[in-house]
Design a protein around this ligand. Sequence first.
Ligand code: SAM
Length: 253
Amino acid sequence: MPHKIAQIRLVSSHPEVYEPCDDSFALVDALLADRKNLLGHRPHVCLEIGSGSGYVITSLALLLGEGECDSYFVATDINPHALKVTTETLNAHGVHAELINTNIASGLEARLAGLVDVMVVNPPYVPTPEEEVGCEGITSAWAGGENGRTVIDKILPVADKLLSDKGWLYMVTLTANDPSGLCIEMKKKGYESRIVLQRSTEEESLHIIKFWRDPEALLEANEAKMSNKGGSGNGIGSLLSQLSHMSFWRNDK
Ligand SMILES: C[S@@+](CC[C@H](N)C(=O)[O-])C[C@H]1O[C@@H](n2cnc3c(N)ncnc32)[C@H](O)[C@@H]1O
């Protein structure tokens, strides 16, 4: 039996809102392919940044609803028309999400820090002149600036703040965005990653990357940070020696 995802005929539209396209379908297909893991994950809070038509957040809500996960859904978009269209799409499928008109997740950090178990993002990733980034209306759906990375590079640190210890991030990227470079960047923040779906269309080569926090990667990242700060040794030894110096110094006071 096919699993429930949003039905295209029930997805609402507006001339200024991005319609579900190859990238949206690839992201939902990646979620479907990871369905068993997602159901086992039992996420409490799920967040989509840039919901557009609502096709992805609605599909995620339907998919997790099948497993009777008691998840809370939040979606943001910088384009106010997108929130109206997302509301209509969610309602047409009988599911609910809290919708917020904001830049990435601005204003949500205090409330959601460390709480998001699943984050999904199909960002504006097309390489464009920098002035097009953040333009009003439909242009904001694709304009990604230099190498298509301007918005992506702002989203990743926000994701790092909002994701819970068991949090997963699924993100759409293009070859031009340098997906393996993004994985290396996230490794420095303590994340492992895997390209869970790769799809070439006539126009682009899409990669869906899944990121998750990994204790070993975090330890390596912390070690690298400590040795960059010019610590006396390297690795955990350096960390321990710095800690003992700190407590010695405190006792001295
Ligand atoms: C490629 S579309 C994806 C839409 C939908 N998620 C999908 O997959 O069909 C990117 C979406 O991100 C929104 N967006 C662009 N920049 C944003 C920002 N800084 N903060 C929040 N949303 C943004 C756009 O308005 C657009 O709806």
